[in-house]
Design a protein around this ligand. Structure first.
Ligand SMILES: O=P(O)(O)OC[C@H]1O[C@H](O[C@H]2O[C@H](CO)[C@@H](O)[C@H](O)[C@H]2O)[C@H](O)[C@@H](O)[C@@H]1O
Length: 324
């Protein structure tokens, strides 16, 4: 049985230990306090983190839903607050910053509306970089293009060939699931999200899942992964948010790439791939956004988007002090 996501600020230890699964279906560990010793708060450990980062080129990676905007019932209304936008803007003035999301890139830009950050949509399967900042080479799946404002950009689309099939799947899944009240199919361009947050009964959720699974049997080159009350239909290519992070580190122009330190903040299962890449680089910080104790590869934690904002504000202030 699923567990309703709830801030642990209002929960006592006994309540936390009774909870069993979060809304991803991931096990909730018994004690948040002992979990914090393994994944300390990035706010409490800020000074320690920055003493390690001093002299390095931090590159900031941010997930969107559940990290920069709180989880809400309607995915089309997951707005970012102006204060959060301004915090991200300030961070991006001091550090190279990218937003890596399951959302389609154009939608992500509509929400974030910042010109000084890089965008990787569709779980990293849609990356856009201005030509001038890209180490543009003979890399597969890269093409030059012109954006809406006439700027030369480099697009990276490793799942381009799947586009027609994705549209076909969307039509079939929409048709099949139409009767499940509250369900919603979101076209994320290179992947598809089937939402069930607003489906009232557990029985309907099961029927919906079976419907989607049965449709997808005819599409063996795709797989379904889970997220927060969502089924994510993705092409089965060797690409994820971790690979996207690596791509951005490799592709953006850094004078001394061994001096670059990735800092990734995310809340969802798909962010774990990026946490793993950060771990493998042997430098950098991975921060999970969670108010419950759960299995994660992240080194640090923050409770919720409000904590993320405080962290970002502190980070840009730190940068200003250490620049002067
Ligand atoms: O990688 P992310 O930026 O975290 O995107 C993951 C999915 O987020 C969105 O869905 C989630 O947030 C919605 C709004 O709060 C919520 O209603 C839904 O239940 C969550 O699963 C987004 O709509 C998906 O397309 C993204 O794949």
């Amino acid at each position: 049985m699923g567990y309703i996501f709830q801030s642990t600020r209002s929960m006592d230890t006994e309540t936390i230990s009774k909870a069993r699964f979060d809304e991803n279906g991931d096990a909730i560990l018994s004690s948040y306090t002992s979990w914090l010793t393994k994944h300390p708060s990035a706010l409490d450990y800020f000074e320690q983190m920055m003493s390690i980062a001093k002299g390095k080129d931090i590159m900031v990676f941010l997930d969107y839903d559940g990290t920069l905007s709180p989880i809400v019932d309607n995915p089309y209304r997951a707005f970012m607050s102006d204060d959060m936008r301004s915090a991200v803007h300030e961070v991006a003035l001091g550090f190279t910053t990218a937003i890596v999301s399951g959302r389609r890139r154009d939608k992500l830009y509509e929400f974030v509306q910042l010109k000084n950050v890089y965008y990787a949509g569709s779980h990293g399967m849609d990356i856009s970089i201005p030509l001038g900042s890209s180490k543009y080479g003979d890399r597969k799946h890269q093409t030059k293009a012109i954006d809406e404002e006439g700027n030369e950009i480099v697009l990276f689309h490793p799942a381009q060939e799947f586009l027609p099939t994705i549209q076909e799947i969307i039509k079939i899944v929409e048709e099949k699931t139409r009767k499940i009240k509250g369900s919603m199919v979101e076209d994320n361009k290179f992947c598809i999200s089937v939402h069930y947050r607003r489906v009232k009964s557990e029985e309907d959720v099961c029927i919906l899942k079976e419907m989607v699974e049965s449709v997808m049997k005819a599409y063996p080159s795709f797989h379904i992964s889970g997220g927060k009350k969502v089924m994510e239909i993705r092409p089965s290519i060797n690409w994820d948010k971790g690979r996207a992070l690596q791509y951005l580190l490799d592709t953006l122009r850094f004078d001394n790439s061994s001096n670059v330190m990735p800092l990734y903040i995310g809340d969802d299962r798909t962010d774990e791939d990026a946490f793993e890449v950060v771990r493998q680089t042997g430098r950098g910080f991975s921060i999970v956004v969670s108010s419950i104790a759960k299995e994660t590869k992240a080194s640090h934690s923050l409770r919720d988007p409000a904590d993320v904002m405080s962290f970002l504000i502190r980070l840009s202030k730190w940068k200003k002090i250490h620049e002067s």
